[in-house]
Ligand binder design. Structure first.
Ligand code: AMP
Length: 190
């Protein structure tokens, strides 16, 4: 199963990705997690990403695309993957399509998790208290939502046009959302 998850920050993509990765026995690849791990260990990549992440902006495509291209060469993606947080704009979606065409292993589905803005903001503020992520401060949250609407939401149309889009409501309890995602994905050819 080669899958992309899309949805606003706070829609629960990370949580759902973990359950889906376990269900399909494939790796969960979160570009946000990779950037955070690099920040923590002080790598050059982490330094390049930091100012953008702190402001809630996208890290430049040149950095992000190469990081993903490299990650998709690892052996563990042989049976598929779940990409969480990538692509974040149409240019990244086009790069991903090209990478996968080269590997003769196109995406099979793009799962969109949707939730109303008010619910998203409440969840992000709640997460800020628990996880203490620097980018979960109120002004940065606002910026991340704007960036999502302006730059990321257009990929939904891109993938709908490709016939890959499946939408699932991200409101409700975690287990029910996972179950509807798995049921929607069972209709996708593997
Ligand atoms: P996330 O954990 O997915 O919310 O990502 C946290 C932050 O990492 C984002 O606000 C961006 O600054 C950066 N980031 C993650 N994925 C991408 C991407 N595909 N393109 C650019 N920046 C990204």
């Amino acid at each position: 199963m080669r899958l992309v998850l899309v949805g606003p920050p706070g829609a629960g993509k990370g949580t759902q990705a973990q359950f889906l990765a376990a269900h399909f026995s494939i790796p969960h690849i979160s570009t946000g997690d990779i950037f955070r791990a690099n920040l923590k260990s002080g790598t050059e990549l982490g330094k390049q990403a930091q100012t953008f992440m702190d402001r809630g902006e996208l890290v430049p495509d040149s950095v992000t695309n190469e990081m993903v291209r490299d990650r998709l060469t690892h052996d563990d993606v042989a049976n598929g993957f779940i990409l969480d947080g990538f692509p974040r704009n149409v240019a990244q979606a086009e790069v991903l399509r090209a990478i996968l065409v080269e590997k003769k292993s196109p995406l099979q589905a793009v799962l969109e998790f949707s939730a109303p803005d008010a619910e998203i903001i409440a969840r992000l503020l709640h997460r800020a208290e628990i996880e203490k992520r620097v980018d979960d401060k109120e002004d940065v949250i606002k910026r991340r939502l704007e960036v999502y609407a302006d730059q990321t939401a257009p990929i939904i149309t891109f993938y709908r046009n490709e016939g890959l889009l499946i939408s699932v409501s991200a409101v409700g309890n975690v287990e029910d959302i996972t179950a509807s995602a798995i049921s929607a994905l069972s209709r996708v050819a593997q």
